[in-house]
Design a protein around this ligand. Sequence first.
Ligand code: AMP
Ligand code: GLY
Length: 424
Amino acid sequence: MRVLVIGSGGREHALTWKIAQSPLLSKLFIAPGNGGTGTIAENVALDITDHKAIIDFCRLMAVDFVVVGPDAQVVAGLGDDIRAAGIACFCPSKAAGQLEGSKSFTKALCDEMDIPTAAYARFDNEAAALAYLYTQGAPIVVKADGLAAGKGVTVAMSVEEAEEAIIDCFAGAFGASGASVVIEEFMEGEEVSLFVLCDGTDILPLTTAQDHKRAFDGDQGPNTGGMGAYSPAPVMTQEIYEQTLERIIWPTVRGLARRGTPYQGVLYAGLMLTSDGPKLVEYNARFGDPETQVLMMRMLSDLLPLLHATATGTLKDHQVAWKDQFALTVIMATQGYPGQVVNGSEIRGAEGLDNDHLQVFHAGTRRDGKRLLGSGGRVLCITALGQTVSEAQKRAYAGVEQIDWPEGFCRRDIGWREIARTGS
Ligand code: AMP
Ligand code: GLY
């Protein structure tokens, strides 16, 4: 099979790394890729917002299957356009991708299918939103309705903080994403993510992971795309897992199929484990970043037939197997992330570290001759396997120690929650 991966982050490097190991593969391209992907696939300098350019490339290069990584391309309907051109594509339709693109779409589906989630109300003017806030009080959650690069959510511990968030949203802080606002009940509990492949009718649950969204140790500092992750997340017991499938995942898949917009792709459920059972925080219509790095590190099965079966409605006959180990990834980011960063600083010592227990996935790098340069906020994902979370953590940080990059930083406590819980 000739395959094209779309994207340039750590998620796409990890997917590419795993697909590259498939015996079914004959040729692998990635557009645009990064400084790490060029050794396992052919980096192609395509503008991934230009759907026609991608389709033309697929025709020219006889690409059989396209795997789309980023959410922006899902929401832009890249999958629909590629399928309309007669090429198989792992990417939910634009209609089903609204699960990620529109918070009110997801909330309406939850209402329709009785899926447990936070109570909410949606407003398209400030006065009504504020009036509702005063009836509810704090803590409360204010969300811009739409994609706001992870920045549109305020978990407000006080009414004043919530007021400020509402006013900012309507003042255009998140552009069109803030033209309407969803105000949600605050859910208390531990967060966990579950990844499930869906082919429109059938599902194949993958596994769980926990992310670390804040920039600094001790879960302090601004929200980021994710500073580290580990998998599996033992906080999701078998019982909670079964409840999640029955009450959340299946009703979502059936509800979307019934509406005539079946979901085909990976469903990334962000869950809150509350005292009333698992509740949906949000859906993403794509793989997580950096969760994919730990998932791919643990996956024993061949990924390529699973993605292809998801895209072609033939998941029923597939299973997935995992290494009986934990995987943990530490993100090295450029100083200043998630704010403005200066690109182009040289990274030394990141090459040649890979072995059976350790993989350095690139998230934002480029090559300048023999030099490896940082190019973006999140730059490297130092990913390790271990029998325990703490063994995986030790190996990942031993990898970090080998890397000489004064302009970078990382959290030093990835995995803390699980290590605190079990001592290992
Ligand atoms: P979202 O973009 O919807 O995933 O929200 C970002 C983060 O805000 C989530 O990962 C949670 O940590 C937090 N959050 C979102 N909604 C709620 C809620 N209703 N209650 C508590 N925390 C929430
Ligand atoms: N790690 C969070 C995300 O991919 O959205």
